[in-house]
Design a protein. Structure first.
Length: 279
């Protein structure tokens, strides 16, 4: 009788270790032909799901901690600048009031863009059942180029957008993808650098390409461009505007739509960003 209870003893021992916080332990059922053996196998399946759930929760909490730390760091810089210029102005320590006010406005604008990007990422993280409508990417591309030219009238932006099949998606989010890619091209290329936007019908989907003729991508893995708060060392040294969130938003939206986005250097110079979405 005691021999028949040994599997239950092992289960009790394993349960005790699990209760202590170690979810890696498993029961070792000798056979699935007995009720005790089947109970052990069912317990193992439950433990696997439980461990996976805890792992996902820990990963999510770690991402949240990192996100908050990065956001705090990025907000601290413009806030410090605004406070510093305001203090100088209050003390009368600066003779050029217009310059001080201009810098305060620039930093406030930078902070506003950062907050909007943070809110956009937060909304993307919360979406579980996104709304989908047929979207004409050629029409969105025309609107995005028109908006970009309105904000940068001195820049040449060429558009090649013939009629293409619609894709199922959120029109506002897809509009933001195009806007962010164009904003990235405008910010990271010298004045006078031409930009090209093309929309193409591809097998099983639609492709959008945004290309510039600037200095190309920074050294390293191009996939990192779509990580939150990531910026190249060269970008940090040049003090480019932004906190590395624009392309992260692009990546999150495209992924949510079941598509892909890549970045590469063109053979004759410049950077090429390619978005592919299923039609």
């Amino acid at each position: 009788m005691r021999i028949g209870l040994r599997p239950l003893d092992r289960m009790a021992l394993t349960a005790g270790k699990i209760a202590g916080g170690d979810l890696s332990h498993r029961v070792e059922p000798e056979t699935d032909r007995t009720e005790v053996g089947r109970l052990g196998m069912a317990l193992n399946r439950m433990l696997e799901r439980l461990e996976e759930a805890f792992s996902r929760r820990e990963a999510s909490e770690e991402r949240l901690r990192q996100f908050l730390a990065d956001a705090s760091h990025e907000l601290r810089t413009p806030l410090s600048s605004i406070r510093g210029y305001a203090e100088l102005y209050r003390m009368g320590a600066t003779e050029d009031t217009d310059t001080a006010m201009k810098r305060i406005e620039e930093e406030a604008t930078r902070m506003g863009i950062l907050v909007e990007d943070l809110l956009a990422l937060a909304r993307l993280d919360e979406i579980r059942d996104p709304h989908r409508d047929p979207v004409a990417l050629d029409a969105l591309a025309r609107d995005a180029v028109s908006d970009a030219q309105a904000t940068a009238p001195d820049r040449e932006i060429a558009l090649d957008a013939p009629a293409v099949p619609t894709v199922l998606g959120d029109p506002d989010q897809l509009r933001q993808v195009l806007a962010n890619l164009l904003r990235n091209a405008l910010v990271h290329t010298p004045r006078g650098t031409p930009i090209e936007v093309a929309v193409r019908d591809r097998d099983e989907g639609v492709e959008v390409v945004v290309r510039d003729h600037g200095h190309g991508l920074p050294p390293g893995d191009p996939a990192r461009l779509f990580e939150r708060f990531w910026r190249s060392e060269a970008g940090r040294e040049r003090g480019r505007a932004g906190a590395g969130l624009g392309l992260a938003i692009v990546g999150a939206i495209v992924d949510e739509h079941g598509g892909s986005v890549t970045a590469a250097n063109a053979s004759d110079g410049g950077a090429v960003f390619t978005v592919r979405l299923p039609s």
